[in-house]
Design a protein around this ligand. Structure first.
Ligand code: SF4
Length: 91
């Protein structure tokens, strides 16, 4: 299933996505953007938020995809999901 993903390694907390689409994005306790909803993710607001991100931190990911991360030891049974900030998991 396709989901929205914010790469916290890339997010600089500029707030553009939150300003554009408060339905799907909000700040977490660290001041970085976090996905708060995964329904209606093909909306124009989501697309505008993705294209407005200055660091390209927002993307669609395949939730069924197995982990390819070399930096953690979770292997093919990775359950890090949206909690994982590693880019390798979401290429
Ligand atoms: S637009 Fe990009 S860099 Fe700015 S808060 Fe959203 S995800 Fe982070």
């Amino acid at each position: 299933m396709k989901k929205l993903f914010v790469n916290h390694e890339a997010c600089i907390g500029c707030g553009a996505c939150v300003a554009i689409d408060q339905e799907h994005f909000d700040f977490n306790d660290e001041g970085l953007s976090e996905v708060i909803k995964n329904e209606n993710i093909d909306s124009e607001d989501v697309k505008n938020a993705i294209s407005s991100c200055p660091t390209n931190a927002i993307s669609y990911v395949d939730d069924d995809k197995k982990c390819n991360c070399k930096d953690c030891n979770c292997g093919d049974n990775c359950e890090c999901g949206d909690e994982c900030n590693c880019e390798n998991c979401h290429k």
